[in-house]
Design a protein around this ligand. Structure first.
Ligand code: AMP
Length: 116
């Protein structure tokens, strides 16, 4: 089954695409959790981090390069931001097409609530 992100990449459903190259596509999250919230997605449909292989290493590197470039374009490169990749149910993944969240726009604080 084709993922919703594959359909965005194929321009079958609308999204605010901010970056695209031969390996990855980035678009604004439909329910932003921060002032800036962009998803960076491989053009190839890989369900989760648990499904990546050595053949995907160029694409995985490109996800980070794209994140850096997009953050610079958004003007948050200097102050910083957070990159998040959720994996499967316990990781809170909802869309099973690998993606990196780029979130920023204020001081995000701790990554997770503190556990004592
Ligand atoms: P995750 O929980 O890591 O799988 O995150 C999935 C993300 O995809 C959520 O932040 C959703 O808001 C976002 N999302 C789902 N459908 C769309 C869509 N059609 N366009 C943009 N973002 C979407």
């Amino acid at each position: 089954m084709t993922s919703i992100f594959s359909r965005i990449i194929a321009r079958e459903i609308p999204a605010e695409i901010v970056y695209q190259d031969d390996l990855v596509t980035a678009f604004k999250d439909i329910h932003p959790q921060a002032p800036y919230h962009v998803l960076i997605v491989p053009n190839k449909e890989i369900p989760t981090v648990d499904d990546v292989t050595a053949d995907d290493e160029l694409m995985l590197g490109r996800m980070f390069s794209a994140a850096r470039s997009i953050a610079r374009d958004l003007g948050i490169g200097d102050k910083g931001y957070r990159l998040i990749v959720n994996c499967k149910d316990d990781g809170g993944q909802e869309v099973y097409h690998l993606h990196m969240h780029l979130v920023g726009g204020y001081a995000l604080g701790r990554m997770l609530p503190k556990r004592d």
